[in-house]
Design a protein around this ligand. Structure first.
Ligand SMILES: Nc1ncnc2c1ncn2[C@@H]1O[C@H](COP(=O)(O)OP(=O)(O)O)[C@@H](O)[C@H]1O
Ligand SMILES: C=C(OP(=O)(O)O)C(=O)O
Ligand SMILES: [K+]
Ligand SMILES: [Mg+2]
Length: 490
């Protein structure tokens, strides 16, 4: 405490100076918030130093910060100064703000074909990626392994602190690959066949494999089939053994392994597919892979209850070397909303997986569900990630829509711990620009929060009964106010 008070007082000349390692985000009930989604770097992290010409003040090494080993984003430590470790500041933030502002809101980037190279990963690390996410729905294990290795190399050789999150495929219904095609267009009025048959080599035209064996038995003529929560819609017109023939009613792009839901009389149909295990046998193999590779987080898709989280946590504990893989529950189904509190309580964190959530509940309910999930996580002191379509238009365009910026701002305003990029960083044209938008919007809203806090009046009760006690009390009150203001400054 004494150390942080000294630190605050000595830096008060620089009103926007950041950063306390010991202070939580103002008003944040989760004292670990700053670190909860950050992997401690193996190399020495950023070190703030007392400047040699001013023994009481700290110098922001900016914008031409110096590096300790020539490569890592590390500030310089002067001889006699105490070491104060701070949360990792990215190169981009240093250039923009020096040490004046360290982002509290972390960024998770899904790694895909456009970002799996070492240089591309480094560009994301420079831009502020805190967590690299690999989605086991896509790609081979060798591909994921090479991404993990590159992230580790970045951390070890260049001093970054990027964590790795493995996201399970889950056993919900989805389409198969499209024979290597990145997408296929379904036009209005076309008839497509959704089949539980695995097509050997050549996929017939307008035919799609479905991964769930019971599909052809569970659907009925007249059902509505939604791809990716409504990006493309079909109506079931005929069932012929393993083949389900569907008429396209809302045209659009079919993407490989897109999620499928079917609806009857306006309600989501949950037949035998509701009995599918949350963690499939393929997921268990992926989890073994994740444990062997020492990933930092495992995100579990389509969690239905706390039971599966508890099961996975004890599985990890028994197998992983240090048992420290955090389990993140993805909230993306009706069941997960029903059992929200117990799921979050059992998990190390949660993800508002709005993509699939929006396919399972009416779209207009998604923002309220998000708010409820974030609030619940705040109350239970668990980190929470807001995910999916934050900057969807940036897959194709270099600037976001105003509506997207408003959405990102709202997530930060709700005090989400982290924001996630999906297609924007996995297969979009502007991954670095999308990351910049998340970074700058987060910083802006966090600044707004601090300004809000500054306006709050501190209510300190009078308890002294004698003159000498009053003097002590005044000194203590002043110190408390200075401390409080310093948090605001930070
Ligand atoms: N490892 C990968 N290999 C190829 N493409 C990927 C990979 N990861 C993600 N993608 C692409 O990025 C898109 C968005 O990623 P994500 O949101 O994680 O998956 P999904 O859309 O399946 O939920 C995917 O639809 C896919 O096209
Ligand atoms: C993050 C999500 O999960 P995935 O991308 O794995 O479908 C989602 O559904 O929003
Ligand atoms: K997934
Ligand atoms: Mg999902």
């Amino acid at each position: 405490m004494a150390q942080s008070l000294n630190f605050f007082v000595s830096t008060s000349h620089s009103p926007d100076f950041t950063h306390s390692y010991t202070k939580p985000f103002p008003q944040n009930p989760n004292p670990n918030r700053l670190f909860s989604l950050t992997k401690p770097p193996k190399k020495p992290p950023l070190i703030l130093s007392a400047s040699t010409d001013n023994s009481s003040g700290f110098t922001a090494v900016t914008p031409e910060y110096e590096t300790a080993n020539g490569t890592s984003p590390v500030a310089v430590l002067a001889d006699s100064s105490p070491i104060i470790e701070v949360d990792a500041v990215t190169e981009a933030e240093l250039k923009e703000n020096g040490f004046r502002s360290t982002r509290r809101t972390k960024v998770v980037c899904t790694i895909g074909p456009v970002t799996s190279g070492f240089e591309e990963l480094e560009a994301l690390a420079v831009g502020g990626m805190n967590v690299a996410r690999i989605n086991m729905c896509h790609g081979t294990r060798e591909w994921h392994k090479s991404v993990i290795e590159k992230v580790r190399r970045l951390n070890e050789e260049k001093g970054y602190a990027v964590a790795v999150m493995m996201d399970t495929e889950g056993s919900e219904i989805h389409m198969g690959d499209l024979g290597g095609a990145p997408s296929v267009k379904a036009e209005d009025g076309e008839v497509w066949t959704f089949s539980v048959r695995a097509y050997e080599s050549l996929r017939p035209e307008r035919a799609i494999t479905v991964n769930y064996d019971g599909f052809a038995e569970d659907v009925k003529v007249g059902d509505e089939l939604l791809v990716d929560g409504g990006m493309v819609r079909f109506e079931v017109i005929e069932i012929d053994g393993p083949d389900v023939k569907c008429l396209c009613t809302d045209p659009g792009l079919l993407l490989p392994r897109a999620n499928l839901t079917f609806w009857r009389d306006g309600s989501l149909v949950r037949e035998r597919n509701a009995m599918l295990p949350t963690i499939s046998s393929k997921d268990w193999l992926d989890i073994d892979f994740g444990i062997a590779e020492g990933v930092d987080f495992i995100a579990v898709s389509f969690v239905k209850s706390a039971e599966v989280i508890n099961h996975l946590k004890s599985y990890i504990k028994a197998r992983s070397r240090d048992g420290d893989i955090a389990v993140v529950a993805k909230i993306e189904s009706v069941d997960s909303l029903r059992n929200l509190e117990e799921i979050i309580q059992a998990s190390d964190g949660a993800m508002v997986a709005r993509g699939d959530l929006g396919a399972q509940i009416p779209l207009e309910q998604v923002p309220l569900a998000q708010q409820r999930i974030v609030e619940t996580c705040r109350q239970l002191n668990k980190p929470v990630i807001v995910a999916s379509q934050l900057l969807e238009s940036m897959i194709e365009y270099p600037t976001p829509t105003r509506a997207e910026v408003a959405d990102v701002s709202e997530a930060v305003r709700q005090r989400a711990d982290a924001l996630m990029l999906s297609g924007e960083s996995a297969m979009g044209q502007f991954p670095d620009k999308a990351l910049t938008v998340l970074r700058s919007v987060s910083l802006r809203i966090e600044k707004w929060w601090r300004e809000e806090k500054r306006r709050e009046v501190m209510d300190l009760p009078d308890i002294a009964s004698s003159l000498s006690d009053s003097i002590s009390e005044e000194i203590c009150n002043s110190a408390a106010k200075m401390g409080e203001n310093s948090i605001i400054i930070l």
